[in-house]
Design a protein around this ligand. Structure first.
Ligand code: F6P
Length: 539
């Protein structure tokens, strides 16, 4: 069934050599550069209706973007000329679209119902086993099974941390109330130490999450945690350490007998749907984890079948290309108006920048145009009191992405429901006001420091509520959006060679920092690195 590597490579056309790209360039000069959102709304009272779209669980208002109907038409043409749909179909069918690693890319198979995607038997066997285990952990937390557990510590980094951490925080209101969830990623020992100071070995489950089971940070933290566990009188490592990994042998060598596996066709930043989601499953339970998968699946179906003109992930990815390559905007700000989504910007940083931060195409040829923007952000309203000043009046235009929830994700527990509802209305008013202010601006000729230029673009995504299903759909939306811009640019969105060099050099420098190591003034070190090493290792 896999389509050959040669096929997927030859199918791509360089985007800047297409007729649609030339049309977009002409359109930008004629209408794009001087486009004014306020005039566009005045010209077209139905702009909101025609430029907002429904996808499963997510409503997307694109009307406050610097696009008109012609822009979207040319962008859809660009998608077709670049073979985005064919590449999407190849990915979903299991072709090796991760060209540089010669691998399929099938995170979508992880959320497909039994029998409807490649590797279904393997996927569902692991899913069933992992969810049964998660339920067992929850029973131990309830006291309904022996070996009471109180704490779950996820040890992992990158995709083995950011996805689970983001999702557990996002769904905290439905997480098991008898368990605490901590996430240790940094090789800085302070990260692990601060968690170990709060947990007891007999009541703690460590989930070692690592696709490769070789990542320095994760292995070091796992070894330190194991040493701490034994030193504190912990017994039965096999009861207190489990692994989510595609390297089952390495986990066994570590002493972990209970391992949930996955496959090389699941990339780290696309892995929360796999065994890497074990901590999420423990937090929210089997039924809700299946809901998370179902939400993502609904978005997959939309992505797979909606025409480009109404395909929300594709439209977002295409607008990203318009901003990056024609307007020259270098970053995008993520502003979730939800404290529960506090880790979403960090998750999206990896998703987008590790996927599309590449300067050569899939065949290795240098690209003459810009690719991934810098993605950054914080939850609103906090962000308003930090850097929104720059978004409104700074010298750069930064498209902003507002994520608004119709219903609050706060559980009315200690706080009265009326207070929760009132604060949620404030939250929404703030989010809407910011996008309005960015667009409308406010002229003040006499006091230039009070002048807001306006015409600053934003997208607003609306979810009815933050629930496993809607979160799943939102995350899949982002995955497919990143796929779309990556496919236009012709890059391999599924490799991450850029992390290798630092790892190699770090391994070379580490011995030089050992106590008693030879003087760091070595001929093969640059003077700055050598000088810093002397400074850092001086007694
Ligand atoms: O940063 C590089 C990377 O390979 C990421 O892609 C990945 O999510 C992370 O390291 C962790 O890798 P692993 O799950 O193998 O420990």
């Amino acid at each position: 069934m896999p389509i050959s590597l040669a096929n997927t490579l030859s199918a791509s056309t360089r985007c800047d050599r297409t007729a649609a790209w030339a049309a977009l360039a002409g359109h930008f000069e004629a209408h794009g550069r001087a486009f004014d959102l306020r005039e566009a709304f005045a010209r077209d009272p139905r702009r909101f209706e025609t430029m907002s779209f429904d996808a499963p669980e997510v409503f997307a208002d694109l009307s406050k973007n610097l696009v008109d109907a012609a822009t979207l038409r040319f962008l859809a043409d660009l998608a077709r000329e670049c073979g985005v749909e064919a590449r999407r179909d190849a990915m979903l069918a299991g072709a090796r679209v991760n060209d540089t690693e010669g691998r399929a890319v099938l995170h979508t198979a992880l959320r497909a119902p039994r029998g409807s995607a490649p590797f279904s038997d393997d996927v569902h066997a692991v899913l069933d086993a992992m969810l049964a285990f998660a339920e067992g952990v929850r029973a131990r937390a309830d006291g309904a099974a022996p070996g009471r557990l109180r704490h779950v510590v996820n040890i992992g980094i990158g995709g083995s941390d950011l996805g689970p951490q983001m999702a557990v925080r996002a769904l905290a209101d439905v997480a098991h109330p008898g368990l605490s969830f901590d996430f240790v990623a940094n090789v800085d020992g302070a990260d692990l130490a601060s968690v170990l100071a709060r947990v007891a070995p007999a009541a703690t489950l460590f989930v070692v999450a690592s696709k490769t089971f070789t990542t320095q940070e994760t292995m070091t933290n796992a070894e330190t945690a194991r040493a701490w566990f034994l030193a504190q009188g912990g017994t039965r490592i096999e009861e207190h350490f489990v692994a989510a990994t595609s390297n089952v042998e390495a986990a066994a060598r570590f002493g972990i007998t209970r391992t949930f596996g996955f496959w090389d066709w699941v990339g780290g930043r696309y892995s929360l749907w796999s065994a890497i989601g074990l901590t999420i499953a423990i937090a929210i339970g089997a039924g809700r984890f299946r809901e998370l998968l179902a939400g993502a699946r609904a978005m997959d179906e939309h992505f797979a079948s909606a025409p480009v003109e109404r395909n929300v992930p594709m439209l977002l990815g295409l607008v990203d290309v318009w901003y990056r390559n024609f307007h020259g905007f270098a970053s995008r700000c993520i502003a979730p108006y939800s404290q529960a989504l506090q880790r979403l910007p960090a998750f999206l940083q990896q998703l987008e920048m590790e996927s599309n931060g590449k300067r050569v195409d899939r065949s290795g040829a240098a690209l003459p145009f810009a690719t991934s923007p810098v993605v950054w952000g914080e939850p609103g309203t906090n962000a308003q009191h930090a850097y929104f000043q720059m978004l409104h009046q700074g010298s750069d235009v930064v498209p902003v992405e507002f994520i608004l929830l119709k219903r609050s994700s706060a559980t009315a527990g200690a706080v009265a429901p009326e207070a929760v509802a009132r604060q949620h209305r404030m939250l929404l008013a703030n989010g809407l006001a910011q996008s309005q202010a960015l667009m409308q601006g406010r002229a003040s000729a006499s006091e230039p420091h009070r002048d807001f230029p306006g015409n600053r673009p934003s997208t607003t995504l609306v979810l009815d509520a933050l629930a496993p299903r809607s979160l799943g759909a939102l995350l899949a939306l982002y995955e497919h959006r990143v796929f779309t811009s990556g496919a236009i640019w012709g890059i391999d969105s599924f490799d991450q060679w850029g992390v290798e060099l630092g790892k190699t050099l770090g391994a070379q420098l580490l011995p030089l920092l050992q106590p008693g190591a030879a003087d760091a003034t070595r001929a093969d070190l640059d003077p700055s690195t050598a000088g810093l090493m002397r400074r850092l290792s001086a007694e």
